[in-house]
Design a protein around this ligand. Sequence first.
Ligand code: SF4
Length: 426
Amino acid sequence: MIRVQAVAPGTLGAELGLVPATELLAIDGRPLEDFLDWEFLTADEQFVLRARLPGGEEVEYDIERPEGLPMGVTLEPPRIRRCANHCDFCFVDGNPEGARAALWIRDDDYRLSFRYGNFATLTNLKPWDIERIVEYHLSPLYVSVHATDPVVRRWILRNPEAPEVVPQLRDLAGRGIDFHAQVVLVPEVNDGVQLERTLADLWSLGAPILSVSVVPVALTEFSKRHLVRELTREECRAGLATVDRYATRAVAERGVPWCYGADELYLRAGEALPGAEWYGDFEQRENGVGAVRYLQGRIALARGRYPDLAGKRIAVVTGTAMGGLMEHVLQPLTAETGAHFEILALENSLYGSSVTTAGLLPGRAIQDALRGRRDLDLALLPAESVNDDLLFMDDLAAQALAAALPMPVRLSYDFADALVEEGVPA
Ligand code: SF4
């Protein structure tokens, strides 16, 4: 059963009289479990919907839906599938005490993998889920493979029950499902020969494995550091060398690099990032693969439309990972606008200095850095560091932060969105 959260006016849902708290029970007699059922089963032009109105009355609607007419129904958020694993590097274990409830959820949900590109391990799939993936053609899925050797993978996931991933992928691939895979690289566990084996196994699955990213394990001050450590610079270099070997082969045989090192792997290795063209459609950008080149591309896209900001002092807040690269990224903006950009690469006061990404910066660290800065005309804050409710990781609201600072602030993904008035095309 799923429940209506909101109905947009002027849509079919509103015309039918669906209201918030209506329970959507079945389509053509088939019970509705979640948003996937709702979306796929209501895609037909004709169907019968059984629903229970908030007053308890059950109603059957015989619906004819002209093509393109939206149902206009927003559902209550789905119950997230919980994770069956206990990885040593799990971000949940790296949370500080008192972090908000949502940060303690270990989600491992193939539905969100399809919808939002969240990585899932596929270790909690029931036979029914597999049939659904195939029936609804949930493709591509984003899968945390980590290692294809079943023993090593079970060790990484701390899940002795984890099914073998290669047969799982092969079976689904044979039924039309494609994948983006990731390997979180853990020193002395799935690097070296294990990484070789993993990439070889994934390569042998052929075209359905669309891409593989290799991401260095990330830990916070609170992670289980007695069980897992970060990669050294040399280990990052060795990992990149393996990635490069497979990418070179893939370019020769398939015309695309296929296997990508995350930006963080290059930064930690002290090696230069590949050019933007390497990343194609930036399919694993959300996983930190090509994010820097993508950002540079976004800045360039708005060239000629930036305002004259000569004489303005603008702070750019970021995490320490991007601190060293940001000057280079901002050069074209400085040249075009005449502004003086001051890079504030902040340490993460919530998770510890090992967490270097801008997306996890707490609001209070930003507040502390900017509170006394009356010399600034504007501060640009990383938009990815707030959630949909505009709260930072430490629950500080963006609005409260703005009110506490002496300069105007803007949340920005790519500078162009904050500096060019009419915006830039997505
Ligand atoms: S798969 Fe591992 S890292 Fe991901 S939520 Fe589960 S325990 Fe955490």
